[in-house]
Design a protein around this ligand. Structure first.
Ligand SMILES: Cc1ncc(C[n+]2csc(CCOP(=O)(O)OP(=O)(O)O)c2C)c(N)n1
Ligand SMILES: [Mg+2]
Length: 361
């Protein structure tokens, strides 16, 4: 018989915006709730713009965060300035709320190294998005080890998808986090798909959060489309880590409403009914319904904020498009602190080919 592990699951807000249970005390703060909503709305607008920029050849491949805004916005809202975010490639929402500039995110997806060097000092120590699956989980443990050795009350937060939890790197990271009791929080964005592989083919365990048990750390699930649930449980996980009480794996149940990236066509491998159902449960409309019903938001505020958000996104696009292009050598310069002598020929060859207009070589 497979071992059964009971994993806590938290949801306050049902998909229609109605409360399922009474809210914790921290939620009695209209400014906070409106701020979370506005940030989610802004993120969605930016995300749509990024896809449009890719479609018109102005950035490269882009991984949309559509439908998963609650998770990222709450991460960005709750982390302290001196915590470190070690994100994956679907973390536009968290990065923006942390203070990464929209034009920096566009630079990153436009293939420009400056999209990895955030100018705001508040996020200067955050890592750039990690594309190799799950490797960032171990990097986060390294960061958290440094905090622990120095006796600093800081937390490393790392994110990944459901598919990433199958990787050795992820399981090794959980293990070391538990063994060394590191101040790290693993946020799993379970959006039900790893490109074309559905969650149920990815792992036989009923939850991904229960992987925490094997490492001796806390693990739980939340409705990742319910901003209240994510906030409540992440807040506790961060505080636990900050007080030296150990790491947490927080599995946030959500859905990837978009294609995997702009290089994908999800209609080839998943049915319309499933996507339709997921739209009925998405986080932005859910929070909006709640706010409107509690008279904290209305159509006028929505229109005013949309106009302001459009302005911000447009200004970022202009800043991105008018930025002076990097030198070709910059594509290599950040790979090593110092370019190795043994690879000097390769560098020279690259620069020579680029100068002949044959950069792909
Ligand atoms: C080490 C490695 N192997 C394979 C890939 C190709 N790849 C890119 S995204 C992806 C699926 C990841 O799915 P999941 O972890 O669920 O994250 P999601 O994209 O759904 O947010 C794979 C296999 C990669 N980027 N890195
Ligand atoms: Mg996934």
């Amino acid at each position: 018989m497979p071992l059964t592990i009971k994993v806590p699951y938290t949801r306050y807000l049902a998909p229609d915006g109605q409360l399922q249970s009474s809210l914790p005390a921290w939620a009695d703060d209209p400014d906070l709730l409106c701020r979370l909503y506005k940030q989610m709305r802004l993120t969605r607008l930016f995300d749509q713009k990024a896809i449009a920029l890719q479609r018109t050849g102005r950035i490269g491949t882009y991984a949309s965060t559509l439908g998963q805004e609650a998770i990222g916005v709450v991460i960005g809202e709750l982390m302290h300035g001196d915590d470190v975010l070690v994100p994956y490639y679907r973390d536009t929402a968290a990065q923006l709320r942390r203070g990464v500039k929209m034009e920096e995110i566009l630079l990153y997806w436009g293939g420009d190294e400056r999209g990895c060097a955030f100018v705001d000092p508040a996020v200067a120590q955050d890592f750039p998005p990690c594309v190799p699956i799950a490797t960032q989980a171990l990097h986060a443990c390294g960061v958290a080890s440094a905090f622990k050795i120095r006796g600093e009350h800081r937390v490393a937060v790392t994110t990944c998808g459901d598919g990433a939890t199958s990787k050795g790197d992820f399981l090794e990271a959980l293990n070391v986090a538990g063994a060394w009791q590191l101040p790290v929080v693993f946020v799993v964005n379970n959006n039900q798909w790893a490109i074309s592989v559905p969650r149920k083919l990815q792992c036989a365990a009923p939850t991904l959060a229960q992987k925490a048990a094997g490492a001796g750390i806390a693990g739980e699930q939340v409705d990742g489309n319910d901003v209240f649930a994510v906030y409540d449980r992440l807040q506790e996980a961060l505080e636990r880590a900050r007080r030296g009480k150990g790491p947490t794996l927080l599995e946030c149940m959500s859905y990837r409403l978009s294609d995997h990236t702009t290089a994908d066509d999800a209609s080839r491998y998943r049915g319309e009914d499933e996507v339709k159902q997921a739209w009925a449960e998405e986080p932005l409309k859910r929070l909006q319904n709640f706010l409107v019903e509690h008279r904290l938001w209305d159509e006028q505020r929505e229109q005013d904020w949309l106009a302001e958000a459009q302005k911000r996104v447009q200004a970022a696009v202009e800043a991105y498009e008018t930025s002076v292009p990097q030198q070709p050598g910059d594509a290599l310069d950040y790979v090593y602190a110092q370019w190795p002598a043994a690879k000097a020929d390769q560098r020279a060859m690259w620069l020579e080919r680029v100068s002949r207009g044959n950069g792909e070589g």
